[in-house]
Design a protein around this ligand. Structure first.
Ligand code: NDP
Length: 279
């Protein structure tokens, strides 16, 4: 079973560098998918209130036969629960659905700029962390201006920002900001939700190494110290995506993938500036 590196966080804790994402996995499929992931050696599971599959994830955790302290469970606050009391209540519901008494990581899923309540949500996460019910707190889809605001209002920095990041959308312009503040980047849609798997340049590199395209993409991300959470509902792909610690890319491979960045058209998901859906 692969030995997954731990990435240190600015609150003294650490997170596995590779985990398993379950967006768009229906609740009844989440249990077998997460069970397969845990069998393959994944320990970080990334769900969200908005994915409607926390119960399925919880069933897999309960049946995994692995000590709770060996697992790293992340969930995310839904957009419609940013008010302080609503955020606390929503967190309680997540714990109940997951069958857990604490979370390793809880994130604000989106800033929702039209609603403008993300600082209240952050206060709730800080309180829950101080009460010991969440080990580490972070954000997702936050722009630097959103992070500056929550830090100014509470004095507490997020440990990670979970953002769309893959070869077609490399987020180069915000990397310095996060490094300066010691906020780690966690790549969501690390395979571009599948869109990067057709890339011919990466297919050539994959052939050269006798590896899959998916493995090459994940290796390129890991080489940059990024945290990755690929999703699959196929057991053989779940296993393939974690077998990325026994080969190395060379400088030429990395340069060729770096050159695939397409900030204008490479994004597959929603934009933080305009995502205001209250799920
Ligand atoms: P990924 O970038 O992980 O790509 C998943 C797609 O690639 C699926 O279609 C999957 O198909 C396919 N795939 C995966 N592995 C392989 C493989 N080895 N060979 C061939 N095809 C493969 O997509 P996601 O968008 O799901 O992102 C990953 C995770 O990031 C999410 O599950 C979620 O946890 C998180 N996320 C967070 C967001 C946020 O706003 N914070 C937004 C989006 C994602 P199949 O399943 O059929 O195998």
């Amino acid at each position: 079973m692969p030995n997954i590196p731990q990435i240190p966080l600015n609150d003294g804790k650490a997170i596995p560098q590779l985990g398993f994402g379950v967006w768009q996995v229906p609740d009844d499929e989440a249990q077998p998918a997460v069970a397969a992931a845990i069998r393959s050696g994944y320990r970080l599971i990334d769900t969200a209130q908005g994915y409607d599959n926390e119960e399925g994830v919880g069933r897999a955790i309960a049946e995994a036969g692995i000590g709770r302290d060996q697992l790293f469970i992340t969930s995310k606050l839904r957009n419609g629960a940013h008010e302080y009391d609503a955020a606390r209540k929503a967190f309680d519901e997540s714990l109940k659905k997951l069958g857990l008494d604490y979370l390793d990581m809880f994130l604000i899923h989106w800033p929702v700029p039209d609603q403008d309540k993300f600082a209240d949500a952050w206060r709730a996460l800080v309180a829950l962390r101080n009460e010991g019910r969440i080990r580490s707190i972070g954000v997702s889809n936050f722009l630097p201006s959103h992070i500056d605001r929550i830090v100014a209002e509470t004095g507490v920095k997020p440990v990670i920002n979970q953002l769309e990041l893959h070869p077609h959308y490399q987020q180069r312009d915000i990397r310095d900001y996060h490094a300066r503040h010691d906020i780690k980047l966690e790549c969501y849609s690390p395979l571009g939700s599948g869109a990067v798997l057709d890339n011919e340049t990466i297919a050539e590199i994959a052939e050269k190494h006798g590896r899959s395209v998916s493995q090459i993409i994940l290796r390129w991300e890991l080489d940059q110290g990024l945290i990755v959470i690929p999703k699959s509902t196929h057991e053989e792909r779940i296993a393939e995506n974690i077998e990325v610690f026994d080969f190395a890319l060379d400088d030429e491979d990395r340069r060729r993938i770096d050159a695939l960045d397409d900030p204008e058209n490479g994004k597959t998901g929603s934009f933080p500036e305009t995502m205001n859906d209250l799920f």
